[in-house]
Design a protein around this ligand. Sequence first.
Ligand SMILES: Nc1ncnc2c1ncn2[C@@H]1O[C@H](COP(=O)(O)OP(=O)(O)OP(=O)(O)O)[C@@H](O)[C@H]1O
Ligand SMILES: [Zn+2]
Length: 838
Amino acid sequence: MMALYCDVALPVPLDRTFTYANGIGTMPVVGARVLVPFSGQRLMGVVVRLHDEPLPEGVEAKPVQAVLDEVALLPDELTKLALWIAQYYVAPLGEVLRGMLPLSAEVKRQFVYRIGEAGRRVLYEGAAKGSSRRSRLTPEEQNREYAVLNYLESGESAKASALRSATQANKAMLDAMVRKKWLVKEAVAEERDARRSERVAVLVEGGGEQGGGRLPRLNENQLAVMAELAAVGGRMRVRDLRESLRDTGIPDSTLATLVKRGLVGLEDVAQAFDMGSVSTHGKKHAHEHALNETQMEALGTIAVALDRGVFAPHLLYGVTGSGKTAVYFAAMRRALERGKSALLLVPEIGLTPAMTGQMVAAFGSEVALLHSQLTPDERAEQWHRIRRGEARVVVGTRSAVFAPVVDLGIIIVDEEHDSSYKQEETPRYHGRDVAVMRAKLNDAVVVLGSATPSLESWANADRGRYARVEMRERVANRPLPEVELIDMRAEFQAVGKEEVFSRKLIEETQATLDRGEQVIILLNRRGYSFVVMCRSCGEKIECENCAISMTYHKPVEGTDGRAPVGQRLECHYCGFRRTVPKVCPKCESEHLYYLGAGSQQGEERLQELFPSARIGRMDRDTVRGRSDMERLLTRLHAGEINLLVGTQMIAKGHDIHGVTLVGVVGADFALGLPDFRAAERVFQLLTQVSGRAGRGDLPGKVVVQTYHPDHYAITFAAKHDYPGFVAKEMNYRRWMHYPPFAVLANVVIQSDKLEEATGWSGVLGRWLQKRAMEKVRVLGPAAAPIVRLKRIYRYHFVLKAEKRQVLQEVLRAMLAFAEAEGIPRKGLVIDVDAVHLM
Ligand SMILES: Nc1ncnc2c1ncn2[C@@H]1O[C@H](COP(=O)(O)OP(=O)(O)OP(=O)(O)O)[C@@H](O)[C@H]1O
Ligand SMILES: [Zn+2]
């Protein structure tokens, strides 16, 4: 029964587990977290296996230092998911598990018991009910069990140690009671436990007088508690009360007794979780509309699957403004009604505060929010709320796919095409694909929704793996906006110089503002100019750390006559900043010039063109936190801003009814990037940003400035023809053996020494050439499109295979070969299903 060793997955970049020796007090279970020594540090890992297998001769296992969980922290389902991710993405299990457990805040933790529903029944309905099952226990043992239930009756949780000393129950008895579901056993941090149950003890006025008006007889301890409460005005947080009682040696159970006798009441002051000031600007919430026929049909398909309780992946293709949100909400509501939980993934919570606002409005305190701006403490708190089943609706970004919801019924992935679902560090998982796998492990429904589904998901629907649900019209018979393309080559010919905004866009903007309507203009680069070039030597000024042009940021006028601030050159990849040079750093020529308009320049030009417009800007420089975004959106909804310029942030799901004109500047630049997804991305961006126009009562219009008016990504977007675009793009992918017609991995070889990066890629290249059977195509080695990033030199291979298993095998064999050749693991980045090849 006692295993000698445990294998632990550690958060280190090594594709293996490590064996430690169990001790008397350090006997973990599989799924528990442990602290172990690892090359001079103390690391937290998760036990994945217990065994007695002898270690190799001469190897001695170091002992486990501490066991942090008495029972498995992760539900079985998530452990399985972790194993799948490690396998699928060729990622170290320990790093996968670390990402799943956002609990770094609580290494100091505790074990507590609460009374369960069954226990409450036994307590209230008496021994009779349970007597047959309980008959094996002696009367004395039965009494002890009652003492435990009594002790926990108030609903507060209690530490194992407190429970044992108060009731004489031993651990075996408590565990038996947990098995009978009389008790619930939970692993929580000490501080957390107090925080979440923000209970307040209140002196009950006239309490206990029912028995004839006399004050009931109280013992000394009970009187002391009453006095303590009375002294602070009759109200006190249970946590504080317990603390002060502990000092005087009064047991916690005294309070419980007073509660039972009706002298003290307990109020659950819901631990206020800050949902942020989320408003929906007077419009109706999505869940307040009666669903239209199309929405009902979409919901119907999903609901049928929910009711059957089987794994059922859906692709919901619904054009912009077709009312997908309302369908999501109705589907989640359905899951709740079936006693299940629902998980909604969104690309970035801060960008779409309205969505969160609607969630809270629709589901109230059942909602838990998980996003990147939570502190580790808050994250842990949400995690436990979810794990205990208190929050059955979870909305969050990528990693929320690991939220430990109880009884998962449905996962919805909104804007499933969004590349922010791909994690760009180890483990490089795709939140959307993990969502599908998780649904599978839980016999749950998964809905991937978008107006521009990824080709991967579309192909899965074509192959019958996903059920396709379509919403081809906007709600309320609103038309999709008319799109006009402006050929910027012709514009240049006509105007004779390079202008940011075409005459047509200026004219339409003026007309729209004159009608009292709103305009959004996309300029998908931030800063003022994104290239600074020397006329004499032709050099671009590059970042010191990266092979990337630096972006010029113009100074912002200082207020109160202070000097202008913020003038700089900045690298948008590593954040490096430098002063703006007067002369070319290479040839010292004074003829530096600035190319390419970013959003800052766009705003400046618009101010000149439309002096009376109320202009706002939305980009990473003006939106740092969630409150910035909310402020901007509020001003937009209120009409305080009537002309908004910004980067692709403005394209994300916003539902602003006054916007009737959308302008697009320079979005086709991305067509030239060396990435097979370039066309798909441009099509998505154009479609999404166009979708912001005409969402209210008035129809919308879109003006797209382009140097590639004939490119199919542009022409299909202009016609709102997603199926047409996809058909064409699929042909190209099939022809070129790219996803979704092959599986692909990007392997980056990196080092801060150029010779190492080139040397290693040579070694691996030769090996891969030999291994590259017909089954795996190898492109490279070649310099990565960004050959130097944050002072690291980068080379890469792209591997393509027909079969996923073949790809995984080659990658693993390559890792083993690299290790044998002495190439360090951190010199190799394996990106399975890479989204960016840069
Ligand atoms: N049945 C309905 N009748 C009228 N209006 C509706 C109905 N359902 C939703 N709406 C409204 O339609 C607008 C668009 O809905 P929603 O934001 O869900 O679109 P969407 O499909 O998510 O679009 P996008 O992909 O652009 O984000 C919202 O203002 C929403 O309140
Ligand atoms: Zn840089």
